[in-house]
Write a protein that binds this ligand. Structure first.
Ligand code: 13P
Ligand code: SF4
Length: 381
């Protein structure tokens, strides 16, 4: 699908991007040329002036200069709930594409969802698409008579949410995965869990399912790299997908902490691989990590296995505790980081001018089916 890219309000060119985005892509070049100080000053004004019309939702991985404008911060589940509850005309989503799509599915008809940079995607969400899932599903249908329940992590395209809505399945986030998987096993005998193999494996293992009852379906291999026999024996079919940011944390990092700073609590996000999650002291969603650290006594030391903007913010917010990244490298989500104050300013200016840009719209058919799965998730969690 084509998008118009307006540069300096005079020329247009076309780029390909997500199917459901039809509005102008980037703001005029004037926002790109402003000094940081001018951007923040004007944003302060517009944010205050348009407060009645615009709610800004900020995921915890956003940079501080975006979080300062967020009316609400949260993890994926909390922000989905906020989007559903919000009554303001515009929902400014400072997060990534799948989150803004989720907001568009849950919002009221008279509201508009805006993503300040349309290129803020999620590499994990891109590891599964409708064509791959249809193919996997038809292979499973041929190979097993068991009832398979499809479960998609919320980090997925709206079309995959629609798929699970149409196939008696459900959506989960990192904070409700256990409840959702329990529900799914009450409906059927096997799960197809996509796209994050780690969240699926970590959660199912925690619930008592042994690793040898889980197999990995790799969409780039013939029949997913599996045999009918393997599928027959498995309770859980995990998709070969992962978060490249959380893959950055390794068992070596934990061993180093245990050896040199044994008093430290290792706390990680369940998108980390099995070895890391299994050997950490605690694991949970971003909201869980924040709450856990907040409630810990002063003087506690934490090595945190999640995105660096959140880790640094926690270190600043809780100076009575020692908080640092589990990895010696900067585990930055570069797509979350695409949301910059100047692009936020451009979207505010466009709202003020009466012609909003960077609107996220999910088509009606997809929306209808995806809503079934999202409402199911919200009811269970
Ligand atoms: P949560 O904030 O829901 O834990 O998810 C983390 C994440 O990777 C979002 O993309
Ligand atoms: Fe996607 Fe990982 Fe970034 Fe979350 S942290 S948006 S899962 S790439």
């Amino acid at each position: 699908m084509d998008l118009k890219l307006s540069v300096n309000n005079s020329k247009t060119t076309s780029i390909n991007f997500h199917d459901n985005v039809k509005d102008d892509y980037l703001p005029s070049i004037s926002e790109a040329e402003l000094s940081d100080e001018k951007v923040l000053n004007e944003l302060d004004q517009l944010h205050a002036e348009l407060r009645d019309q615009v709610i800004v939702l900020g995921h915890h991985y956003q940079q501080d200069d975006i979080i300062r404008y967020a009316d609400v911060t949260g993890d994926s589940l909390a922000l989905a709930r906020e989007a559903k509850a919000s009554t303001r005309r515009y929902i400014m989503f400072c997060g990534v594409h799948f989150m803004a799509e989720t907001a568009d599915i849950l919002k009221r008809l008279d509201q508009t969802v805006i993503l300040p940079d349309l290129h803020a995607g999620c590499s994990m969400a891109d590891m599964a698409n409708r064509q791959y899932i249809d193919q996997a599903w038809s292979t499973l249908e041929q190979w097993t008579k068991a009832r398979v329940i499809p479960v998609t992590y919320i980090n997925s395209d709206a079309k995959l949410k629609a798929f699970v809505g149409d196939h008696h399945g459900v959506i989960c986030t990192s904070s409700n995965a256990e409840k959702i998987i329990r529900w799914a096993f009450a409906q059927g005998e096997k799960l197809l869990f996509f796209p994050d193999q780690h969240l699926g494996r970590n959660t199912c293992y925690k619930m008592g399912i042994p690793l040898d009852q889980m197999v990995v379906y790799n969409p780039t291999m013939w029949n997913g790299g599996l045999t009918p026999e393997q599928v027959h024996k498995a309770k859980v079919i995990l998709w070969y997908g992962y978060c490249s940011v959380h893959q950055g944390f390794t068992l070596e990092h934990i061993k180093r902490i245990r050896a040199h700073r044994p008093e430290t609590t290792v706390i990680v996000h369940p998108e980390c691989c099995f070895d890391v999650t299994h050997n950490a002291d605690v694991a949970g969603s971003t909201n869980f990590i924040i709450d856990y650290i907040r409630k810990a006594p002063a003087g506690t030391s934490f090595a945190v296995g999640t995105e660096i903007n959140l880790v640094n913010r926690l270190a600043r917010e809780f100076p009575d505790k020692t908080i640092f990244s589990l990895s010696p490298y900067q585990c930055l989500c570069t797509t979350m980081y695409r949301i910059r104050p100047r692009w936020l300013l451009a979207t505010y200016r466009a709202i003020k001018a009466g012609s909003p840009i960077n609107i996220i719209r999910v088509d009606e058919d997809t929306k209808r089916s995806a809503l079934v799965a999202l409402e199911r998730m919200l009811a269970i969690s």
